[in-house]
Write a protein that binds this ligand. Structure first.
Ligand SMILES: *Cc1c(COP(=O)(O)O)cnc(C)c1O
Length: 415
């Protein structure tokens, strides 16, 4: 028996909204109002940002946390602090948000893209090994969707070749690898607090590390090149003002109080959904390796094999939306295919090596398949829902699968 898809006029599985994001209550109001009324709105005068840095670093078992204005400059500052030089090569995954690679360009370094593993959506260590040249200086693994990358393999490669490992943990607040917090595994970790992220103050970022020298360099670069004990108008390195405001620090402090519970909820829902959705032909939820001891589910990722499912991703997305399930297709391009990289529109950066770079020659078939035809994602706020909410997601996928013939016929007509 099949019921008419909502796309064709049937009753939708769901008309209620999913949990919205961000979540706030009186605790946030009190914290932010306190910071506001203190009149100390900048971190140099107040205590909120410093408190947040201490708490976030401690949560990661790191000695230092340096809060900055976003999760893009945090990456760039970390690369600069590590002493990377002009035109050094930095290996990044092809399937990630833009910033992982543009932060490299803005450090005047060359992003070298490698493909991801089709099952885990994370950087493929074999591809990393194959991309290493005498100019390689760093690797930026992204813990994609909140699932730790293969750090055993990546750390071993980094050790063999003397590479700096910067974890892009923008999806991975609260995630862990072999019970070790994501972001604390490599030389340092970078997080974002942009609006969509699992912990947010609208904007913001942080670098965590236990390396004292690296932390000191990051702190100086984020504060106009000042050094401890130096006088105010004394600047030691190329740098800028990347300091977070106290209002953001206050909000992060109150939001952080909820992160643990929220992460637990997202994690439970993620495990449940993965089992239920994997039972539907043609759907492949993100594979979970044994080293992932906690997934933060910034995204719930899955692949759809259109032939096995019986309908294309675009048709399934339209049908799911009609059923009341806001599912998305994810990034439309692997990064090397972005016009920015194809045209090497790097502004003043990489002037001397630009001519020998050709991003049209990068091969990343897995990233391409996911972008063009197979990627599906649900966002972290949906993962804060109840078991009933998860059952609605499953029911909608099941219904769309049951109605796949009508969907395929509809597509054929539309063409
Ligand atoms: C969001 C994000 C960033 C950048 O963070 P912003 O705070 O938006 O600058 C970096 N890397 C990844 C993987 C992200 O998702």
């Amino acid at each position: 028996m099949t019921t008419t898809l909502a796309l064709f006029g049937g009753a939708p599985v769901r008309t209620r909204p999913f949990p919205t994001w961000p979540i706030l209550d009186e605790a946030d109001e009190a914290r932010v109002l306190g910071a506001l009324r203190s009149g100390k709105w900048g971190r140099l005068a107040g205590e909120q940002v410093a408190e947040f840095e201490r708490r976030f670093a401690a949560m990661h078992g790191c000695r230092h946390g340096i809060a900055v204005v976003n999760g893009t400059v945090s990456l760039r500052i970390a690369l600069m602090a590590a002493g990377l030089q002009a035109e050094d090569e930095v290996i990044v995954p092809a399937y990630t948000f833009l910033s992982t690679a543009t932060a490299v360009v803005e450090a005047n370094c060359v992003p070298v893209f490698v493909d991801i593993d089709l099952a885990t959506f994370n950087m493929d260590p074999h591809a990393v090994e194959a991309a290493i040249t005498p100019r390689t200086r760093a690797i930026i693994p992204v813990h994609f969707a909140g699932q730790p990358a293969d750090m055993d393999a990546l750390l071993a490669i980094a050790k063999r070749h003397g590479l700096f490992v910067l974890e892009d943990a923008a999806h991975a607040h609260g995630a862990s690898w072999r019970d070790q917090p994501a972001g604390s595994i490599g030389a340092c970790g970078s997080f974002s607090f942009q609006s969509s992220k699992n912990l947010t103050a609208g904007e913001g970022g942080i670098i965590v590390t236990s390396d004292d020298a690296l932390a000191a360099a990051c702190r100086s670069i984020h504060n106009c090149g000042r050094v401890p004990g130096g006088i105010w108008y004394e600047h030691h390195v190329i740098s800028g003002n990347y300091r977070l405001s106290e209002l953001q620090g206050a909000l992060l402090n109150s939001q952080l109080d909820r992160l643990e519970d929220q992460t637990a909820r997202r994690g439970e829902n993620g495990v449940y959904l993965a089992v239920r959705l994997a039972a539907i032909p043609g759907l492949f939820p993100q594979a979970r390796p044994e080293w992932c001891t906690r997934h933060s589910q910034h995204l719930f990722m899955l692949r759809i094999d259109a032939a096995a499912f019986g309908a294309s991703r675009e048709a399934v997305l339209a049908a799911l939306h009609a059923e009341g399930i806001p599912c998305a297709g994810g990034y439309g391009y692997p990064l090397p295919d972005q016009p920015l990289f194809r045209n090497k529109a790097f502004g003043p950066y990489l002037a001397h090596v630009r001519d020998r770079l050709d991003y049209s020659r990068v091969s990343c078939p897995n990233s391409q398949r996911i972008c063009r035809e197979q990627g599906l994602w649900l966002d972290q706020s949906m993962m804060l829902g109840t078991r009933d909410d998860m059952d609605d997601i499953v029911a909608a996928f099941q219904k769309v699968h049951a109605g796949r013939d009508a969907l395929a016929g509809h597509q054929a007509q539309a063409r």
